[in-house]
Design a protein around this ligand. Sequence first.
Ligand code: ADP
Ligand code: ADP
Length: 225
Amino acid sequence: MAHIQLRNIKKHYGQTEVLKGIDLEINDREFVTFVGPSGCGKSTLLRMISGLEEPSSGTIFIDGEDVTREAPADRGIAMVFQSYALYPQMTVWENMAFALNIDKQPKDKVKEKVELAGKMLKLDHLFDRLPKALSGGQRQRVAIGRAIVRNPKLFLFDEPLSNLDAELRVDMRIQIAELHRSLSASMVYVTHDQVEAMTLADKIVVLRDGRIEQVGAPLDLYYHP
Ligand code: ADP
Ligand code: ADP
């Protein structure tokens, strides 16, 4: 269950106002994509939701609770970035188990969660590999696996596929859509790729110059970048 409400979110860096009053609702289990020209504020808005940065003003509610000043770790959110940021000296298994071990979860629980995520992401034959021995798509799947094992109620993706070649992007897009169907989580997904935005989203948010220009279901929008 994750229901997100953004109320009049503004963000400025020095004199520059990057977000100019964002009001947005993300429903439980909804898949929302953020699109818009480079520099329009997509990543900044994602960082506000994640808690990596605080807005200059405005309020963020998750499941009715004001989390505007809460740390990222307290929001039940997982972020997946385009740079995979895997630990290079750890195997796939260790990368995926790491956060759970830090959290002192029981060994059998950790095993169960990593095995399940490994199956979902077709990584189970790669558990003993180091990241350097993986393809780009496999690394991206490990990054998603690390997020999944923590059962987040909300996933934030910041252009997760933009480093992959065209064919892999299509594969991964299908896998992310499958994950969304099988996990009971909401997803917010920033992308430059119009096809990704259209095929994944329940709702597309078009940003322009720090404001929401349009919001709607893919078929109700005509998006021209
Ligand atoms: P997008 O993700 O849509 O490409 P960003 O959210 O990354 O856009 O950036 C929006 C604007 O905010 C850009 O003009 C960018 O230069 C500016 N910006 C982002 N982060 C900072 C920062 N930490 N300090 C100053 N300006 C920033
Ligand atoms: P430790 O460092 O205490 O040995 P590990 O993280 O290596 O802990 O292993 C914890 C559990 O995870 C063990 O029960 C082991 O069976 C399982 N495990 C570790 N690596 C793998 C793997 N590559 N494939 C399947 N299970 C694994």
